[in-house]
Design a protein around this ligand. Structure first.
Ligand code: ATP
Ligand code: MG
Length: 434
């Protein structure tokens, strides 16, 4: 639209064309106000019934809520208007009328349940609160990219249609690929590892992962966004350093550049950038601390996976982001390297928010023979992964990396109850459309 002025940019004295949605009509009798909303905010349009052209006033008054309108006019100062200015219109056009029955109320005055909101996401995202989540999400992705670039990592994109899964098994979505069975990739793990042996050496990827999680939970999606990092000549501690820096960079960027969005979400005052180093607890310390909280009926012993209630109890106890390191090898995937001199102890780590796991990572097994053994120990057929294992015979450096759940980062950062709030169109057990 030629010469369109955003609501937030309308200055007194200017002649403007504003365009957006009818947020509200306030009819006070002799005078009425049409509130027009665009992506930058709202602006008041004054309708004086006796003084202005009848047709103009009627067009304004008859416009249904959420219709798309264009208004030409002069901007005047008006201290009583929400933004301190108002438009005195010379022309109003209804570009796209909205039906009067709306599936949800974008003004937010009438609340809607999450399923209704997700069914009508377009309308839902006309609300400041819902929109703020995605403005922040965009800023997080920008900041994360910039942080990776500052670490000299190269952004890559790896295939999402694959012949074999990363960890085999149950979480794979099968598809038909020209008559053959294929799968949606559950992680870029193997591809990003192959890149550390290439001339690129240090890489990151932000892309979809697909997991056929059987159950609906507030923190699992069937299609999620994974933020992955992998570097040649890194050990697990160096990978953790980068992980911590990237997460802090995301918080800092939001703190600096998303004040209005944090206000819209009602968390501007309590929003905190994590300060200081994330504590690094060993798995052994973690289970001792969980046991000491008394949150579990049965005491955890070495080799147990951490149950969700255990994670919660520990998270409450620690009270900030933290790492869990030195896991038992048997509960970490085959591609994670063991500590030198102790095959039972893995270099795998998780990075936790007090509410949940955000990251899994570790140093990787780069020795061909040991890698093949790992496949066999985990009951996987190494031949199915030959495209991957083969490259470990041609000069694969030691390397380490991690994967961070993008939606979990946003969810915990903004204290959202449900991970679906952080995805435009979530995929879960019940939801395949829109
Ligand atoms: P969890 O045990 O919480 O289900 P995981 O250990 O199976 O997660 P990983 O394979 O370690 O997950 O994946 C790395 C990260 O990707 C996780 O820490 C998490 O942040 C994110 N992630 C994994 N699966 C999902 C999912 N189904 N939905 C959203 N995020 C996910
Ligand atoms: Mg994990």
């Amino acid at each position: 639209m030629e010469n369109r002025t955003y609501a937030a940019d309308a200055e007194p004295g200017a002649t403007v064309t504003v365009a957006g949605w009818v947020h509200e009509i306030r009819d006070l009798g002799g005078i009425a106000f049409l509130i027009v909303r665009d992506t930058t905010g709202r602006i008041q349009v004054k309708l004086e019934k006796d003084e202005m052209d009848d047709e103009l006033v009627e067009t304004g008054l008859d416009a249904s809520r959420e219709s798309v309108v264009r208004v030409d006019g002069a901007v005047e100062e008006e201290p009583r208007a929400p933004t301190g200015v108002e438009v005195v219109p010379t022309d109003i056009e209804v570009i796209a009328a909205a039906e009067t029955q709306l599936p949800l109320d974008p003004s937010g005055k009438v609340g809607a349940e999450l399923p209704t909101r997700l069914d009508n996401r377009t309308l839902d995202l006309r609300r400041d609160e819902a929109k703020a989540v995605f403005e922040i999400r965009a800023e997080v992705l920008r900041a994360v990219r910039e942080a990776f670039r500052s670490f000299a990592a190269t952004e890559i994109n790896t295939p999402k249609i694959v012949a074999t899964g990363t960890e085999g098994g149950t979480e794979l979505f099968p598809i038909t690929y020209f008559g053959e069975e294929a799968f949606m990739n559950q992680s870029p793990q193997l591809f990003k590892q192959l890149m550390v042996g290439s001339g690129l050496e240090r890489v990151f990827e932000i892309g979809p992962i697909f997991r056929a999680e059987e159950h609906n939970t507030p923190r699992h999606l069937n299609e999620a966004t994974s933020i992955d990092f992998e570097s040649a000549f890194f050990d697990h501690t160096e990978a953790m350093d980068v992980c911590e820096a990237v997460v802090k960079a995301a918080y800092e960027a939001v703190d600096e550049n998303c004040r209005a969005e944090l206000e819209a979400l009602g968390i501007a005052d309590e929003f905190e950038v994590p300060s200081g180093e994330f504590p690094r607890l060993t798995y052994e310390e973690a289970i001792e601390r969980i046991n000491a909280t008394g949150a579990l009926d049965e005491q955890l012993v070495w080799g147990d996976d951490l149950p969700t209630e255990g994670e919660h109890a520990l998270g409450e106890d620690v009270g900030e982001h933290y790492f869990i390191t030195d896991w038992p090898s048997e509960i970490k995937p085959f591609y994670i390297k063991d500590h030198d001199g102790d095959e039972t102890l893995s270099t795998g780590f998780d990075m936790m928010h007090p509410r949940m796991e955000l990251v899994s990572g570790g140093q990787r097994e780069h020795r061909h023979d040991r890698l093949i053994e790992g496949f066999e120990q985990q009951g996987l057929d190494p031949d199915a992964f030959e495209y991957y294992t083969k490259m470990f015979k041609y000069g694969m450096p030691p390397h380490a990396g991690w994967g961070l759940g993008g939606e979990r980062l946003i969810m915990t950062m903004l204290d959202l109850d449900n991970i679906r709030e952080a995805v435009l169109f979530p995929r879960d057990r019940q939801r395949l459309s829109p």
